[in-house]
Structure formats: C-alpha cells, structure tokens
Design a protein around this ligand. Structure first.
Ligand code: HEC
Length: 111
C-alpha cells in the first residue's frame, strides 16, 4: 500500500479506536474492578471497604506512605495477610499497562 497523507488520515483514527477497545481507560477499570471495595471516590467507605479497613486515598498521608511500585505490585499480585486473601491479583484480568495506569488514577483521588 502506498502511504499517502490520505491513508494516514483514514487508518489513524481506526488504529486509535482499536487501541481503546483493547485497553480500557483506568476510570472504567476502577469502576468495574475496584470501586466495590475502594469506592468510586477512592475513600474506601463502601460496605466491603469498611469491613476490610481500606485506606482513604483522598488522604495525603496515605498517599505519601504508598509508593508507585506498591500500587502496581498490590494490583498485579494481590494482597494477602496471614495466608488469607484481602485483595485478589489482577494480573490475569488486566494488562500491565492497564495496571500501571491506576497509579496516576489513584494519585488523583488526593485532589
Ligand atoms: C475485595 C475488595 C477489593 C477490591 C475489589 C480491590 N481491592 Fe485493593 N485493597 C483491598 C484491601 C483489603 C486492601 C488492603 C487494605 C488497604 O491497604 O487499604 C487493598 C489495598 C490496595 C492498595 C494499597 C497497596 C499498598 O501498598 O498500600 C492498592 C494500590 C489497591 N488496593 C488497588 C486496587 C485496585 C487498582 C483495584 C482494582 C483493580 C483494587 N484494589 C480492588 C481490597 C480490594
């Protein structure tokens, strides 16, 4: 195929649409996978969140105590305490890129 300006204009948006279809935006993933426990607002004040004593991600102190790598590690591998699973691993459901996107998303809860 000869690469002309016209082909770029036609295929460019198509490629962008394909990329979005494969990787859901962090907001959507948060809503679908995380909000049940962590809350849509990141405060963790859901029924499950209160029971599990989930931290408030709008709290600057909580944010400061949490490293970017820890956000990625917790989401990729999950969290267990004394052999009991508190949060499951998401590595089979979400791509590494999608998990990485949560870092910026979670940081924004601080406001
Ligand atoms: C079944 C409830 C549940 C769901 C669903 C859940 N989490 Fe968690 N999450 C927890 C619990 C419990 C903790 C541990 C308590 C805490 O640190 O607040 C935790 C901790 C975390 C931490 C803190 C790690 C650290 O080192 O402090 C991050 C980041 C996190 N979750 C991200 C996510 C993301 C992203 C999703 C969605 C893909 C998600 N969680 C889904 C229950 C859940």
């Amino acid at each position: 195929m000869k690469l002309t300006l016209k082909t770029l204009f036609v295929t460019g948006p198509l490629l962008a649409v394909a990329a979005i279809a494969f990787a859901a935006p962090a907001a959507e993933n948060w809503e679908n996978h995380c909000a049940k426990c962590h809350g849509a607002d990141g405060k963790g004040q859901t029924k499950v969140g209160k029971k599990l004593n989930i931290k408030d991600y709008t709290d600057a102190k909580v944010q400061a105590a949490m490293k970017d790598e820890e956000i990625i590690k917790a989401t990729t591998e999950g969290i267990s305490e004394k052999g009991k699973e508190k949060m499951k691993a998401y590595k089979d459901e979400l791509s590494a890129a999608e998990i990485k996107d949560f870092v910026a998303y979670i940081r924004k809860f601080k406001g």
